[in-house]
Design a protein around this ligand. Structure first.
Ligand code: TMP
Ligand code: ASP
Length: 236
């Protein structure tokens, strides 16, 4: 696999073309941002840990026949994936109240939700990723309604698979964000990354946070938390 030109650089990753038109290399950077890039730091080694965690999680999902862009981990900081056009709608699944749900609706952090809640946000940093419902998505032409329905269905399936996977490591899957894309041959697949940058994960017993909230709210050493998470995910 030959690495070619840079196609896109985001806040935490760089996408490179390859010698195959339907595949890309995703490079995980150490840049860590929060609040739409307002808080920003380089945390040396974070990209390596996030590539390892994301690859491990995508392998779990691929084994369960969930359609994803992931092909294989290539190196410490690189994964090979199907090239996709990202749909600008982020799907968030919540099992417990936290983050913007707590701020928006006043439900205390950690409250168990009666059933998983699926929310959709417009992926738009300038507008701070506003919450959108299907009517907004249709009106703003952000995605096809059938695709949104499928994305929500897949997100709930991912929730069931990952809830059980994390539970086996004594970790609570509080909430997470997914992004989807269309492959060059038009298939809808789960894309981007699934890492502690995009999930909230708490130790099931102590409720210790093992995710980006550690960085967002200066709760301790982010790299240590991510490394602990990776070690626990690797345990048999
Ligand atoms: P929220 O509670 O801030 O809406 O976040 C919900 C989930 O989405 C949480 O697991 C963190 C993740 N997330 C991202 O991956 N990117 C973002 O830009 C934001 C705001 C949240
Ligand atoms: N991902 C967003 C940022 O990098 C926001 C966040 O995760 O808090 O700014």
């Amino acid at each position: 696999m030959e690495k070619r030109e840079k196609l896109y650089e985001g806040k935490a990753k760089i996408i490179y073309a390859t010698d195959q038109p339907d595949k890309v290399i995703i490079y995980f950077k150490d840049d860590t941002t929060a609040f739409d890039g307002v808080k920003k730091e380089q945390i040396v080694g974070k990209g390596v840990i996030n590539n390892a965690i994301s690859s491990l999680i995508f392998e779990v999902l691929n084994k369960r026949s969930i359609p994803t862009h992931y092909i294989e981990k290539l190196s410490d900081r690189e994964m090979l994936a199907l090239k996709v056009e990202i749909i600008p709608v982020e799907v968030v699944v919540r099992n417990f109240a936290a983050g913007s749900f707590t701020r928006r609706y006043g439900v205390p952090e950690g409250t168990k939700l009666e059933k998983p809640l699926v929310e959709t946000f417009w992926k738009n940093d300038e507008l701070h990723d506003p919450l959108v419902c299907l009517e907004h998505i249709k009106l703003l032409k952000l995605a096809e309604p059938e695709d949104v329905e499928k994305m929500k269905e897949i997100a709930l399936e991912v929730n069931e698979v990952l809830k059980a996977f994390f539970a086996s490591k004594d970790i609570l899957l509080v909430d997470f964000k997914l992004e989807f894309g269309k492959t060059t041959d038009g298939r809808l697949v789960l894309a981007d990354e699934i890492s502690p940058d995009s999930c909230r994960l708490w130790d099931a017993k102590t409720k210790k946070k093992l995710d980006k909230d550690v960085f967002r709210f200066d709760l301790g050493d982010l790299k240590e938390a991510y490394q602990e998470l990776l070690n626990r995910l690797r345990e048999k």
